[in-house]
Write a protein that binds this ligand. Sequence first.
Ligand SMILES: [Mn+2]
Length: 462
Amino acid sequence: MSASESNSSSTTCSSTMIVVTDLAEPPPTLESTTTNSTYLLSSSSSSPPPELDLPLSWPPDGKLSLDWIHNLIACFDWSSKNLPPSELPSVLPVNVFDSLVLVASKMLHKEPNCLSIDPFRSNSDSGADSVETVVVVGDVHGQLHDLLFLLRDAGYPSDNRIFIFNGDYVDRGAWGLETFVLLLAWKVFLPHNIYLLRGNHESKYCTSVYGFEKEVLTKYGDKGKHAYRKCLGCFEGLPLASIIAGCVYTAHGGLFRSIPVTPSKRPKGKKNRRIVVNPDVRCLSLGSFEELSTARRSVLDPPWEGPNLIPGDVLWSDPSMTPGLSPNKERGIGLWWGPDCTEEFLKSHQLKLIIRSHEGPDAREKRDGFAGMEEGYSIDHVVESGKLITLFSAPDYPQFQATEKRYNNKGAYVVLQPPDFGTPIFHSFEAVTPRPKANAFYDYEDVIDSDEELDLASMVTA
Ligand SMILES: [Mn+2]
């Protein structure tokens, strides 16, 4: 079945949103004359609008409020347009960053590898069941202003709206730190109404190649290494996948293998018995949720070899049009899985839908048989038990590109609603314009286009 065939039979609704630029106008600006900066600065720009409460401070009782979050949004929106990156500590002092990351990190590390999200909640006041809307979001990649638009458009997280983010908050875009901090703040404020899954870019390897490490070092200066380490610690705590209302599986990359552990052939008593993984790829089979739940996700970089392969599969895999499971040779880590595997996975777990992310317009340009990412999503497999979709939420991606020609892709998010939650409603949206000027934190002219061709040797697997 081709992707174009599957597209026609699947969507229930698709709406295109109109771009709304921010209402809060920054102060009048002039081009800065400094040679190494493209930031817009003027004599008045260093004084923020009076309605902003900054620098941010940590509430004495440690409890964040909706006002605190809205002020954080307004401060980041203003600073991203008016301050050079090295001035971020004047908005978010490192001690406030520390407090937020500490609380969020503790929360995230306690969550299971695969979250079970139940949108049917009993309302203790009325005794009635309240049913909630679920919003699923794909890759964001540091495009803060597009995320702010998405949150306004979909409606903020609240008691009756749960958000699930599929990872890749950082790298490539210029505001990965602000993006990640904002999502952590929502998590701390409403821990049961926003869930943050890990993407392959929430790793030491990716952030050292695609800009986030340099971004944090630039923004926090002599405290940069400290702040970057705190971010990595938080990344290690991010859960890997979710099941929504018992019928929708979401993860950044997708499906994962079974890890058959077998004792070695020469057991020399219990102590010396070595556990080896069967390396025969002909034996690849889909893993169970029990295996997913016992994988060790607290690693700086998911390993591509050894016994702990499930995190790498969930974060790095891609669907294929070829049946079966095979090693993902394009990426060097993770799997390719065919429509038959999608069917097996859905059927055996009584699921209706898989929502994964991980492939933007650049990756899709090279993938025969798959739809592009012009609308921010694609329907990849349509099988008897349900569907597999790819969701990408960074419009006009990537922010920095060496060529004149841009993809001009829309971003999208998915809304799932009662009673069954299994039918995705797609909302596509265009990039916020104009995007504030910024310099890239990586060499986007030389760095490889997509995440394939990894330099595996430099990954941290300890
Ligand atoms: Mn990815």
